[in-house]
Design a protein around this ligand. Structure first.
Ligand code: NAD
Ligand code: GLY
Length: 364
């Protein structure tokens, strides 16, 4: 593939930042160093990603005379909680980090969400940079400033909107990503096609196998197109008062799956995939999505090696868990549904019996 780095701008006025997408952006000090204003920086990572990429990042900083405090956390969704967050604060305070010290979150969505949340709280806000290393975090979680930890009663329930200063989206980090994680990331890629970019959905129908085979050009295109979609939505609705909620297609059902099974049992992307099929089925029951389109969606998820039905938690348990959803308004459940491939809507028109019917037809 050509050595091209594409730069996108998240145009949020004084909170604007760049996303550099490409192969090898992590080995380009000129992209990172201008953002590090102090002689000390912090890298938050985990026990899996640190041995792979922390050394490279650390050398870049140390070669420029910047000392590095590495904070290496246990790996996994099950550790996205208060106890782990406190390990970050312990280390920051122990090393006398200041309000202007840069925190670099190096890892997947769990590290990005937790590192970003720590940055939002530490001394009421220190700057941070996202260095995503999973497909899911490259295309979604590193962009847009949603940071959070989980609560036993609900996913991502404690958090803040807090934008990074920079996103370094290096496609080469996907070389080491396990297949199951790559597939989980595809769920969020397909999401953009479904909610607002029908042309991209058609491209995915022609190229999904290339993505699964880690073809670099295909991955670079898909990451860039996904980030461009995400950036547009975030600029239009940073704090999710409208359009941004559409990025949660499949997530209300998906979060119920993740919380219901215990964090880490199903990957986030797997839960989102099953949740998206439940949402598609509900959209069909409402007379919006035609059956052929539900089938097209199902086929693409199957080809991506993703689940197209949720676990049999029981519809009652799904509903109970879904009542914690952040889109609940005045106690009423609102769901992201599809009018067609490429157009999503937020709606509260589905009756409880229709929601139950969709869950029952799409859980095994
Ligand atoms: P993850 O962070 O748990 O990473 C998946 C696994 O891959 C982990 O074991 C990780 O250590 C490992 N890994 C990461 N990079 C690797 C690499 N390059 N090579 C080898 N192994 C690597 O999971 P994820 O799917 O990246 O993120 C899921 C999280 O993101 C969830 O907590 C979800 O709630 C959150 N999320 C947040 C947003 C947002 O807007 N903030 C959006 C979507 C998802
Ligand atoms: N991943 C959903 C959002 O960023 O809004």
């Amino acid at each position: 593939m050509q050595d091209l780095t594409h730069t996108l701008n998240v145009a949020l006025d004084e909170r604007a930042y760049s996303i550099h997408v490409g192969c090898g952006v992590l080995s380009k000090p000129e992209l990172l160093l201008p953002h590090i204003k102090q002689k000390k920086a912090v890298i938050v990572s985990n026990t899996t990603v640190a041995p792979l990429y922390l050394g490279m990042l650390r050398s870049t900083l140390e070669n420029a005379g910047i000392s590095v405090l590495p904070i290496v956390l246990p790996d996994g969704e099950a550790f996205k909680n208060w106890e782990t967050l406190n390990l970050i604060f312990d280390a920051l305070l122990g090393a006398h980090c200041e309000r202007n010290t840069m925190l670099i979150a190096l890892g997947g969505g769990v590290i990005g969400d937790m590192g970003g949340f720590a940055a939002s709280c530490y001394q009421r806000g220190m700057p941070f940079i996202q260095v995503p290393t999973t497909l899911l975090s490259l295309v979604d979680s590193s962009v847009g400033g949603k940071t959070a930890i989980n609560h036993p009663l609900g996913k991502n329930m404690i958090g803040a909107f807090y934008q990074p200063k920079l996103v370094l989206a290096d496609i080469s980090t996907l070389d080491t990503l396990p297949d199951r994680e790559l597939k989980a990331g595809l769920a969020e890629v397909i999401k953009y096609g479904l909610i607002r970019d029908g042309e991209f959905f058609v491209w995915l129908e022609s190229n999904i196998e290339k993505l699964m085979a880690r073809d670099k050009d295909a991955l670079a295109f898909a990451v860039h197109r996904s980030c461009a979609n995400k950036a547009e939505v975030v600029v239009a609705d940073e704090r999710e008062t409208g359009e941004r909620a559409l990025l949660n297609l499949g997530h209300t059902f998906g979060h119920a799956i993740e919380t219901g099974l215990g964090y880490g049992e199903w990957l986030h992307g797997e839960a989102v995939a099953a949740g998206t099929l439940i949402a598609a089925e509900l959209s069909r029951l409402l007379g919006w999505l035609i059956a052929e389109d539900v089938s097209r969606i199902e086929k693409l998820f199957v080809r991506a090696g993703l689940p197209v039905a949720g676990p049999a938690l029981g519809a009652g348990r799904y509903l109970e868990l879904m009542r914690h959803d952040k889109k609940v308004l005045d106690g009423k459940l609102r769901l992201v549904l599809l009018e067609k491939i490429g157009r999503a809507v937020m709606s509260d028109v589905a009756t409880e019996s229709q929601i139950i019917a969709a869950i029952e037809s799409r859980s095994t």
